[in-house]
Design a protein around this ligand. Structure first.
Ligand code: THU
Length: 132
């Protein structure tokens, strides 16, 4: 299936509206695309106990997984930063486990037409695994 990166980036930008980020004020939106064409969005959720914060990518992934979705072929992440936000290490690990074949698109919310493309494998080439 041809991946419509612009559509997925737009979905991530829309999901970003759900961000609960009163501490950092850094709103992040993510959108996952399944092989069957479904899109699942998520946004970052922060806590007054800062370390409990959860990134947009993981919120989207946990939503999707616990709704029984699988076979993710792409994920888009959008925030207001130059070049778009690169997923953090923890999210890369989760993506490597549950979306190993996915493409990763990132974009600045002020410039959605400019999309940078990566792969989960490129972002985390030697992911932790219980199997060697
Ligand atoms: N954040 C994400 O949502 N995704 C990332 O990949 C990195 C950071 C969020 C967490 C926190 O709410 C805010 O951005 C600032 O770190």
């Amino acid at each position: 299936m041809k991946i419509d990166s612009k559509k997925l980036v737009l979905a991530a930008a829309q999901a970003r509206a759900g961000s609960l980020s009163p501490y950092s004020k850094f709103k992040v939106g993510a959108a996952l695309l399944t092989k069957s064409g479904e899109i699942i969005g998520g946004a970052n959720v922060e806590s007054a106990s800062y370390g409990l914060t959860c990134c947009a990518e993981r919120i989207a992934l946990f939503k999707a997984l616990t709704d029984g979705k699988k076979d993710f072929i792409a994920v888009a992440v959008v925030a207001r930063c130059a070049g778009g936000p690169m997923p953090c290490g923890a999210c890369r690990q989760l993506l490597a486990e549950y979306a190993p074949d996915a493409k990763v698109f990132v974009a600045d919310s002020d410039e959605l037409a400019t999309v940078r493309a990566f792969t989960v494998r490129k972002l985390l080439p030697a992911a932790f695994s219980l199997r060697s």
